[in-house]
Write a protein that binds this ligand. Sequence first.
Ligand code: FAD
Length: 117
Amino acid sequence: HLGNETAKAELGRATWKYFHTVMARFPVKPNVEESATLASFIQLFQRLYPCGECSEHFRTIIDKFPPQTSSRSSAAAWACHVHNEVNKSLKKELFDCSKIGDFYDCGCAEDAPATDE
Ligand code: FAD
């Protein structure tokens, strides 16, 4: 059956924005616990993603491309890559991951900078 493609796409856009912003704010040099926390988050994010078909599909992508959580730049590059894998399967334009740098702005520049930044 058809489902609701508009709602599914809106959920996807909101989720990707959030997902990439999480990566953009992940510590530049995380400690072991921070890296493990992001790895768990990604697994739970996949399992709890509200669109069942998408969740299943994303699981196969994560199995093939294990989450990279050793630094902000590796996490951001990994997230860009797996989003591009979804884009490919939906026949969408690919994003140039070399431009991921300042693309996702949390709007929280006024926060006290973290000690590792
Ligand atoms: P989106 O793909 O939502 O992207 C939003 C914006 O992010 C783009 O306009 C661009 O500015 C930017 N962007 C694009 N590519 C990247 C990238 N690689 N890295 C960083 N930023 C980028 N839909 C389905 O129909 N079937 C599925 O199986 C499916 N699986 C999904 C799995 C997950 C985990 C998520 C979060 C969404 C999934 N979706 C799926 C939804 C789908 O990915 C899109 O969100 C939706 O189709 C809307 O697409 P869009 O063209 O507006 O852009």
